[in-house]
Design a protein around this ligand. Structure first.
Ligand SMILES: *Cc1c(COP(=O)(O)O)cnc(C)c1O
Length: 400
């Protein structure tokens, strides 16, 4: 497998090696194929690319800075740690990158409404923001249990003009919200677009979301060359579904001297049943219409997962990550809730940057790695989001 082949992924059926594809009913396949055809045409339009580039610059605030965390690096005595500040984007995370892409695509496709599910509400808020800006109706399905837990995000979505649909069936959490949103979508797939929140789901979503997120790595590579020179030795990102990680990694895939590391949640420990370490302990399976590594039982049912960071607790992972692991181009490791909390506090107190608990997983691994490396080793960490949403919870956890 050459790196050139890696860049040509996925193939025309949406496969990354054995992973990805479309494992969906025929009527849904027709809908997905239409989205693929439209996307491949629309992304070639200069008007679309220019509009997206302008929104990235003037609305999101891109390029996000690449920041040399000097105090953090010096304190841990080894490698230099750089942070790609996706936390400084409008709405506070990388999700706005693909939500704007999807909302704009919906507009170009002549859709009148965007539909999605949300768990903790991060995807919902980013999508509601993008829809308000683009001027398209937005409907978000959310489990009643999650609605009660994530009140600030529900309020934000409502203020942004989004219709939040409470889902009370089943366990009234994310999985049921997915089912509910899909039922609604299939009622009218012509005038609606389903907007998936990560590099998961059937083709073309893993490809599309990756393309919209790959701005992160393109900027980071240029910024690193300007500020430091050359290429970083190691690039680190946390992996839930895998969108911020693939957004960072794509530009570096051909640079085989650059070590790429994905960090997933080990939760309360890999030896317990409370983690979401899909890359480490998952096996090939089918989930939500695509093939990937899955944490599953003997019947192929997805296992319950846990992470302190709600954005990382998914029993599957993007098909491209599943394949990048198999090819050996990216390595994957895991970090526990406890290590994550400690990195959350460390970055807050040493650099004055409060990271999202999701991003703190990548920071935790970078700190551990930096301690084992010489001073001329460089590490770029994708700081996928800010941690304002997590401060109350952390205070409670740590008894501060
Ligand atoms: C949602 C989220 C993640 C996890 O999603 P990926 O698709 O794996 O990137 C990571 N960080 C933040 C801040 C998030 O909001």
């Amino acid at each position: 497998m050459t790196t050139e082949n890696l860049l040509e992924m996925p193939n025309s059926s949406g496969f990354f090696g054995p992973y990805g594809g479309q494992f969906i009913p025929p009527e849904l396949k027709i809908v997905m194929d239409e989205i693929t055809q439209s996307y491949l045409k629309i992304r070639e339009l200069p008007a679309f690319q220019e509009e997206l580039a302008e929104l990235f610059q003037y609305y999101v605030g891109r390029p996000s800075p690449l920041y040399y965390a000097k105090r953090l690096s010096n304190k841990h005595g080894g490698a230099k740690i750089f942070l790609k500040r996706e936390d400084l984007n409008h709405t506070g995370a990388h999700k706005i990158n693909h939500c704007l892409g999807e909302a704009l695509l919906a507009k170009y496709m002549g859709k009148t409404k965007i539909l999605a599910e949300t768990g903790a509400g991060q995807h919902g808020v980013a999508l509601a923001t993008a829809c308000a800006l683009v001027g398209i109706e937005c409907e978000i399905h959310m489990g009643q249990v999650d609605i009660e837990k994530e009140h600030p995000n529900v309020s934000k979505m409502k203020v942004l003009g989004c219709n939040v649909v409470p889902v009370t069936m089943g366990t009234a959490t994310l999985k049921d919200a997915v089912d509910s949103a899909f039922i609604e979508y299939m009622k009218d797939p012509i005038s609606q677009l389903y907007a998936i929140g990560s590099v998961v789901g059937p083709h073309p979503f893993p490809m599309m979301v990756r393309d919209f997120q790959s701005i992160i790595g393109r900027e980071a590579k240029k910024q690193f060359a300007q500020q430091h020179g050359g290429l970083p030795n190691t690039v680190v990102a946390c992996v839930g579904g895998g969108s911020n990680a693939i957004g960072m990694f794509t530009e570096f895939l051909e640079d085989t001297d650059v070590e790429l590391m994905g960090v997933e949640p080990a939760g309360k420990g890999l030896e317990t049943d409370q983690h979401a370490a899909t890359m480490t302990l998952g096996t090939p399976g089918e989930l939500h219409g695509f093939k990937c590594l899955v944490l599953q039982d003997e019947q192929g049912e997805p296992l319950p997962v846990h992470s302190i960071a709600s954005g990382l607790d998914y029993p599957g992972v993007g098909p491209q990550h599943s394949y990048l692991k198999e090819t050996g181009r990216v390595n994957y490791t895991s970090v526990t809730d406890e290590e994550c909390l400690s990195a959350f506090m460390e970055l807050s107190r040493v650099e004055g940057i409060i990271p999202a608990l999701e991003s703190a997983h990548a920071v935790a691994y970078a700190i551990k790695l930096a301690q084992t490396k010489p001073k001329d080793h460089t590490i770029v960490v994708n700081l996928s989001g800010r941690g304002d949403k997590d401060t109350d919870y952390v205070i409670e956890m740590l008894g501060l």
